[in-house]
Design a protein. Structure first.
Length: 44
């Protein structure tokens, strides 16, 4: 009989942390890197 191991479901805190990192990375790459957004932040 072969034994198969199943991973346990992730805890809600781990899922929330994962999505927080995903959202943070998206904002860093797409929002903060935008020249118009940078100009608006520093020249206001």
């Amino acid at each position: 009989m072969s034994s198969t191991s199943f991973e346990a479901a992730p805890e809600p805190m781990q899922v929330a942390q994962f999505w927080l990192y995903r959202i943070g990375a998206y904002l860093l790459i797409n929002v903060i890197d935008d020249p118009a957004w940078l100009a608006m932040m520093f020249c206001y």
